[in-house]
Design a protein around this ligand. Sequence first.
Ligand code: NI
Length: 186
Amino acid sequence: MTPQKLHVARMGHPVLAQKAEPVNLSDLDKAREIIADMHFTLESIGERIGLAAPQVHIPLRIVIFSIPKTAPNLRYDFDREEVPFTVMINPEITFLTDKQVLGWEGCISVPGMLGEVPRCESIRYTFYDQMGVQHERVAHGFHARVVQHECDHLDGILFPMRMTDMSRFGFEEEMIEFVKNKTIEV
Ligand code: NI
């Protein structure tokens, strides 16, 4: 089937505020169709890291993401580990430390905005891929941040809800120079 570009829900839509349902691992055909549509949608938007199913009006526990080595744009212009394209079904996160680090985040569902968000520095996460195979990874820094951001979408949480200093929330166009100087601290 030809993948479809899906409509993205923005902050305020109830689908982003609800807890998503686990995927039934004994029948992944429908999930694979959804994943193909999500991948097509993410590629169509371009220069973005990840997408969770609730962001395209599908309240299921599915996330896709990849972290390229080179920065697609200023938002992610700092050193980070490369992570290949990853499909996560029913992901689970375990925090490996109490240490939280601040970093800038944006979101396709909060367009044009950036905010500085505290996240756990090191995590272990497990997930199933689209073939139903279970995986386990340990992640630090930006990689850990991306996984936490995307998995939050499955629990109805958007990045501004994680912020502790709302003076660090604003329009990307207004903050771009400020953010460029500050990402080095992450
Ligand atoms: Ni997001």
